[in-house]
Design a protein around this ligand. Sequence first.
Ligand code: AMP
Ligand code: TRP
Length: 344
Amino acid sequence: MTDTTPAYTGPQRVFSGIQPTGSLHLGNYLGALKKFADLQAEGHDCVFCVVDLHAITMPVERGALIDQTRQIAAAFMAAGVDPAKSVIFAQSSVLAHVELAWIFNCVARMGWVERMTQFKDKAGKDAERASVGLFTYPVLQAADILAYKATHVPVGEDQKQHLELSRDIAERFNREYGVPGFFPLPEPMIKGPGARIMSLKDGTKKMSKSDPSDLSRISLVDDADAISKKIRKATTDTGVIPATAEELKGRPEVENLVGIFAALSGRSVESVLAEFEGKGFGVFKPALAEVTVAHLAPITARYRDILADPAGIDRVLADGAGRANAIAAPIMDEVRRVVGFWRP
Ligand code: AMP
Ligand code: TRP
C-alpha cells in the first residue's frame, strides 16, 4: 500500500540533547558533539539542549544540576557549537517541552513505551521502584524534538529506538488529529564510525558515563598522559591489525580502537587498516594515542577556559532560552488549536 499522507514540507531543523549527568566521554563526543559542530558548519538551523528534565528521571545529587548544566553547555561550545549561530539552552527554561510531553503521553500507547530497552536497562531488576518519569522519558524526548518541528536528530546508535518512537508519536498525532504533515517525522542521524564507541575494557559494552571503571572511557577532561595511559591499558588480543574490515568481526576491542582512530582522523576504517596492516598494538596504540591527544587537546583547553567563566555560560543559556522559546511558542499555539483546547 502506498502512503498517500502529505508529508511535512516546513523548514528543516536540527535538534539534539544531552543530559547533565556525569562527565562527558569520547563516545558522547564522537556520537553527538562532533556531529553537532559539523552540522552547524554545514549551515543548518540547529537547536542544542541540555536536557535537565530528563536528568531528574534518575536520582541527582542535590544542588548539582546547575553546574552540570553549565558543563554540558560548555562542552557544546568547546566542541565547536557557536552560540551566535546555534541555539544552546536548558530544557527546563522552555515550558513547551513539558506541555507537549503531556499531550504526547496521551498520544503514545503503553505498548510502544513498554518496548523501550533503555527503560529496562536503567530501571534494572526493580522496575517497580523506577520513577514514572523514567518510563515516559522517551515521550519527553519526542516533545523536545517536535516542539521545534525538528527534522534531523544527530545522536549515537543507542538512541535509535527512541527516535523511532518519536516518529510513531508524530505520525499518530498527525493522523488522530487530522493534520497530515503537521509534525515532521524526525530523521535520526546516526551513521559514521563514531556512532557506537565501546568501552576500552570490554568491546561488547558501550563506553558509558556510568561504567564504574575510569579506565573504560576517555573523558573530555583527561589530559594527554591520562589519554595515553588509558589507550595503553585498553584491552586487545594477541593478534595484529588485519588487512580488511571483515577480519575485525569477532574482535570487538580491536574494531573499536580502529573505529576511534578512523573517526578522530576523519579517515575510513579501510585507510587506517591499510596503514597498520600486520602491525602489533605496540605500534598501533601509541599512534592512536597521538591522534586522540591531538584532536582532543584543543577541545579540552577550550572546555576549561569556558568553564572558568560561569557567568558567560549563563548569558549563553539565557539568550538561548529566549530564542528557543521564540521558535516553540508559535508551534505550541498551533498544537493547542489542533488538540482543541479552549483558548482566549
Ligand atoms: P547521554 O550521555 O546518554 O545523554 O548521551 C548523549 C549523546 O551521546 C547521545 O546522542 C548518545 O547517543 C551519545 N552517546 C552516548 N554514549 C555513546 C557511545 N558509547 N558511543 C556513541 N555515542 C554515544
Ligand atoms: N535521550 C538522549 C540520551 O540519553 C538525550 C535526549 C533527550 C535527546 N532529548 C533528546 C537526544 C532529543 C536527541 C533529541 O542521550
